[in-house]
Write a protein that binds this ligand. Structure first.
Ligand code: GDP
Length: 480
């Protein structure tokens, strides 16, 4: 693995810079404790952080660096804030270096002034993600664990969070490394056969090797198969709400949001813009786009809305199609069905609280005539009476997560980079299988085996180059 020597000491504000209860300034590196001592003053003025036990917390003040040196002479005006300072000596720290964390009062001014004092005392301002990058470069965590740290921060729902937390603990890393270890072992064996064909027969070894290749293929395919639901879990299901004007799209959007964000009006064709909101229902995240009433129109503003609606349908993972069941189905509904061909669809038979003019049977017949297949869920719904929501949630679970949404021991691939590398590894294994089947000479095997091995190593970071690592950490937030 590529490594650098970290000789300097870095510092950053690790909490959000806004009005809050507390703010934390983190310092990491060989001089972390010494630098903290330059700005720290204990109530009695005598305590030196350099002398304290590791993993202990100390009450005191942050003062201007010069004032701390002459602790006993410092004036009250030199005091920047009243703080708690945590001193953690390497290696059992976040970065595996000496780390000091100063918890001060929250609020933009206090945290910024404390950071300024720490920088004046000799620390360098950290880059985004630099603490986690150091943890990686110092070998405390692998790349999957580092990336999962970011996923924890960005998790939008509890399942995504659970999965990210599990990956922070190295579950994905261990699964990948187990396969890599086996690959390395097999590769060494092939080399040995090539080196000494008299003593070791590759022929008799081939069945074992071939079954190992199949085992890896199965294992990695199973991981890759989780990637689609993983993306939907982590990023959310892109959902387009479609239906004729007045079908109740804005009402559904408001119901999901639990507040009146879209304008609900009894006049057809008034939802002109496209609204996008991220919401969580039943532990799932939906990125919902409420489209304007889809219909042909001469009105320019509305035309733009219709185009955007078509765009939203194109990008959607799911189309929620609302039908106003208090009116009759007409050609507009058929046009909508044509527009949403090929999508995952849930049809909501809305306004069931009113007199029914269109029932489930008619809806199914229309969908079937449009060639949409018979399996589409058609759910009775009322946006105003708020009925049908539970059925909608369970239909979503069935459709996107096989009905289950508890990722206890399961590892779910949520990262697009991991997904691509798994694909690459599987591609190499496929070529390897083909070489075995067509009885190619054995030195062919090691080439494909090694390229699968390296692709997996890029996931964990064992084979990742400097540029890739820099790019990954540059996406981190400040102070992490
Ligand atoms: P959109 O044009 O599809 O966005 O439809 P709106 O959400 O603006 O709704 C149009 C009208 O239908 C409004 O007057 C809503 O109050 C009404 N509406 C929506 N859903 C229901 C429902 O389930 N039952 C009843 N009775 N009225 C509804």
């Amino acid at each position: 693995m590529w490594k650098i020597e970290n000789t300097d000491t870095i510092a950053a504000i690790s909490t959000a810079v806004s009005e809050s209860g507390i703010g934390v300034i983190r310092i990491s590196g060989p001089d972390a404790v010494e630098i903290a001592d330059r700005v720290y003053r204990s109530p009695g003025g005598k305590k030196r952080l350099a002398k304290v036990e590791t993993h202990t917390i100390h009450y005191g003040y942050i003062v201007e660096p010069d004032a701390a040196v002459n602790a006993l002479q410092s004036k009250p005006a030199d005091v920047i804030d009243e703080v708690l300072v945590s001193v953690m000596r390497a290696p059992r720290t976040y970065t595996a270096e000496d780390v000091v964390e100063i918890s001060c009062h929250g609020g933009v001014l206090a945290v910024t002034r404390v950071l300024d004092a720490v920088l004046k005392a000799g620390a360098r301002a950290a880059q985004p993600g630099e603490f986690t990058k150091r943890a990686y470069l110092n070998g405390r965590i692998d790349l999957t664990e580092a990336e999962a740290v970011m996923d924890v921060i960005e998790s939008k729902n509890r399942f995504a969070l659970q999965n990210a937390v599990s990956q922070v603990q190295g579950t994905l890393y261990r699964r990948i490394e187990k396969v890599r270890k086996e690959m390395l072992y097999q590769s060494a064996h092939i080399e040995a056969c090539l080196d000494d064909p008299e003593a070791l027969s590759f022929e008799s070894y081939l069945p074992e090797f071939s079954s190992a290749v199949q085992r890896w293929t199965k294992e990695l395919s199973a991981l890759l198969a989780t990637a689609d639901s993983g993306r939907l879990m982590q990023e959310g299901i892109r959902t387009a709400i479609v239906g004729k004007p007045n079908a109740g799209k804005s009402s559904l959007m408001n119901l999901l949001l639990g507040e009146d964000r879209a304008i609900v009006t009894p006049v057809a064709g008034t939802t002109r813009d496209v609204l996008t909101e991220t919401i969580t229902v039943g532990g799932m995240t939906l990125i919902v786009t409420d489209t304007a009433g889809i219909r042909e129109t001469d009105d320019l503003v509305e035309k733009i809305g219709v185009q955007r609606a078509k765009g939203a349908i194109g990008r959607a993972d799911l189309v929620l199609y609302l039908i106003d069941s208090s009116t009759c189905i007409d050609t507009e509904d058929r046009e909508i069905l044509n527009l949403i061909q090929g999508k995952k669809i849930i049809i909501l038979q809305n306004k069931t609280d009113l007199h029914t003019m269109t029932d489930e049977r008619q809806i199914r017949r229309m969908a079937s005539e449009a060639g949409l297949g018979d399996g589409i869920p058609v759910l009775p719904f009322s946006a105003t009476e708020k009925t049908g929501l539970d059925e909608l949630v369970s239909a979503l679970r069935t459709m996107f997560f096989d009905g289950k949404l508890s990722f206890n021991d399961e590892i779910v691939i949520t990262n697009a980079r991991h997904k691509e590398l798994l694909k690459r590894a599987l591609e190499s294994l496929k070529q390897l299988s083909e070489s075995i089947d067509s009885q190619m000479p054995e030195d062919f095997y090691t080439i494909d085996l090694m390229s699968a091995y390296e692709a997996l190593g890029e996931i964990t970071g064992q084979e990742a180059g400097e540029d890739l690592v820099n790019e990954i950490f540059s996406r981190f937030c400040m102070g992490k």
